[in-house]
Design a protein around this ligand. Structure first.
Ligand SMILES: *Cc1c(COP(=O)(O)O)cnc(C)c1O
Length: 421
C-alpha cells in the first residue's frame, strides 16, 4: 500500500502552466502498482479483480486497468454502457445497481453479468431471461464504513437482498428457472478488517445455501490511508483467513469457489492529485484565521464537505527558495458555500481544521493528494457555474497526457432551452 502520490514541484508547475488549474493528475506508475497489489490478493481457487468504475470512470483509466488484467463493476446501466463505449469487453463487466436499467435486455444480450440487487430485480430478470445464470447481491446483515454514509451493509442499508430472504430468493429463481451462480456482498468502505472477515463468513454461509454458486464476490471497501492518521487495508492480512475459509468449504463440500473482489478506492484513491492555485488569501484579524482560497473546491472535491474526508494538502510556492515562517491556514474552496472546506476535522464536515504551510502567496500552487477516487466522478459539478476540470494521466515516462478536456461554459448551458419571454 503506497502513500498518496504527489507531483514533484517542477512537474506540478509545468502541468499547471500547460493545462491550467484546477486539474486532476493521475499517475500511471501508481495505478500499475495498486493493480498489481490487488491482483495478488490471497486466493484458493481463482480470482477476478473488478474495478468499481464509479470511483474513476474516465475511458483512458478503464482501458489502462483493462490492459493490466482487471475486470469491471458497474453501478448503473449507464456505467455499463459507458465501459462498453470505452472499449471494455461486455464479458468483463458486472452490474450491481440500485436502479434496474430500462435497457437491461440490451446489456444482458451484449454479455454483461448481473447481480440482482432486490427481489423485484430478480423477478424482472427472470421474466426477461428465464433459465439464465444470475448473481444475487445480499445484504449480509453487517456493514462497515468510515461514516454512516459510507456503510452499505446492515439493517439500515438498502443495498442488496436482506440475508434472511434466501428462501424467497430460491422460490423466485425456481419460478423462472434461474440458476444462481454468484453471490455478491459489498458492505462499505470502512477500515475494520474484523467486520470484513465476519462478513466473508456470512457470505460463504449464503453460498452454501445455493448449490449452483461457483463464484463469491466480496465487493470492495478496502480503505487506503490518505493522511497519516488513517490506517490502510493490508490485502494480504485481510485475505489470508478468507482463503482458508474457501479451502474449508472445498474440503467439506468439494466446491471450489472462485473469488471476486471489487475495489474502487484501493485501486485509484492514492494515485491521483488535484492541482489547484491559491487565488486569494484573507484573514479575520488578530485571533482570527488565515484562509487560503483555492480555485477549486466542492466542484472537484466533494468528499470533505460530504463525509468530512481528509486529504493531504501541500503548497508549492511560486517563488521557490524563499521559505518564510510557518502558518496555519484554513484551506477553502471557491464556492459561495460555507461548507466548501478542504480543511475539516475527520468525519466532521462542519468542523474547521487547519493545514500548516510556509507563508503562502496568491498564485502559489497547491496539490491535494488522495484525489483519485470519488473526486472527478463525484462532485458538485458546475455549482456556481464553474466548468468541469480536466483530467491528465501522467504516463510512466513522466509525460502528461490530457485524458479529458476542461469543460466550457457553452457546454454547461448546451441543453438549456430558452422559454418564450
Ligand atoms: C462502490 C462499490 C464498490 C467499491 O467500493 P470501494 O469502497 O471504493 O472499494 C464495490 N462494489 C460495489 C457494488 C460498489 O457499489
Amino acid at each position: 500500500m503506497q502513500p498518496p502520490f504527489l507531483l514533484p514541484d517542477a512537474l506540478a508547475r509545468d502541468i499547471a502552466a500547460r493545462f491550467g488549474t484546477p486539474a486532476y493528475v493521475y499517475s500511471q506508475a501508481a495505478l500499475e502498482q495498486q493493480a498489481a497489489e490487488a491482483l495478488a490478493f490471497p486466493v484458493a481457487y481463482g480470482l477476478t479483480v473488478r474495478f468499481a468504475m464509479k470511483a474513476l470512470p474516465n475511458a483512458s483509466i478503464l482501458r489502462l486497468l483493462d490492459r493490466l488484467g482487471l475486470h469491471f463493476d458497474a453501478s448503473s446501466g449507464f456505467e455499463a454502457t459507458r465501459a462498453i463505449l470505452a472499449g471494455i469487453a461486455p464479458g468483463k463487466i458486472s452490474l450491481s445497481t440500485q436502479e434496474f436499467p430500462v435497457d437491461f435486455a440490451r446489456l444482458q444480450q451484449a454479455g454483461i453479468a448481473v447481480n440482482a440487487c432486490s427481489l423485484a430485480q430478480l423477478d424482472a430478470i427472470g421474466r426477461l431471461f428465464p433459465g439464465t445464470p444470475v448473481g444475487v447481491r445480499f445484504n449480509p446483515g453487517k456493514g462497515s464504513g468510515g461514516t454512516g454514509k459510507t456503510n452499505v451493509g446492515g439493517p439500515d442499508a438498502s443495498f442488496g437482498i436482506w440475508h434472511e430472504y434466501a428462501t424467497e430468493v430460491r422460490k423466485c429463481a425456481e419460478k423462472h428457472g434461474l440458476k444462481i451462480t454468484r453471490i455478491h456482498t459489498h458492505i462499505g468502505s470502512g477500515s475494520d478488517p474484523l467486520i470484513w472477515q465476519q462478513t466473508s463468513h456470512l457470505s460463504l454461509a449464503l453460498a452454501r445455501l445455493f448449490p449452483d454458486v461457483d463464484t463469491l464476490n466480496l465487493g470492495g471497501g478496502y480503505k487506503v490511508a490518505r493522511v497519516s492518521s488513517e490506517k490502510g487495508t493490508d490485502l494480504q492480512r485481510v485475505g489470508a483467513p478468507v482463503r482458508e475459509a474457501f479451502e474449508e468449504i472445498a474440503r467439506e463440500t468439494g466446491r471450489k469457489l472462485r473469488l471476486e473482489i471489487e475495489p474502487g478506492t484501493f485501486l485509484v484513491a492514492n494515485c491521483g492529485v488535484l492541482l489547484a492555485r491559491a487565488q486569494d488569501i484573507t484573514d479575520t484579524g488578530a485571533g482570527g484565521r488565515h484562509f487560503l482560497k483555492l480555485d477549486t473546491g466542492m466542484t472537484e472535491l466533494l468528499r470533505p464537505s460530504l463525509y468530512g474526508a481528509q486529504h493531504p494538502v501541500t503548497l508549492i510556492p511560486s517563488k521557490p527558495g524563499i521559505s518564510g515562517p510557518q502558518r496555519d491556514y484554513v484551506v477553502v474552496g471557491h464556492c459561495c458555500e460555507s461548507g466548501d472546506l478542504v480543511s475539516c476535522a475527520s468525519g466532521k464536515p462542519e468542523i474547521i481544521a487547519t493545514h500548516r504551510f510556509p507563508e503562502a502567496h496568491i498564485g502559489d500552487l497547491c496539490q491535494i493528494g488522495g484525489a483519485g477516487a470519488y473526486c472527478a466522478s463525484m462532485s458538485a459539478k458546475n455549482y456556481n457555474s464553474f466548468p468541469e476540470a480536466p483530467e491528465i494521466l501522467l504516463l510512466s515516462n513522466n509525460t502528461p497526457q490530457l485524458i479529458r478536456r476542461r469543460q466550457t461554459l457553452a457546454q454547461i448551458m448546451q441543453n438549456e432551452i430558452r422559454a418564450a419571454d
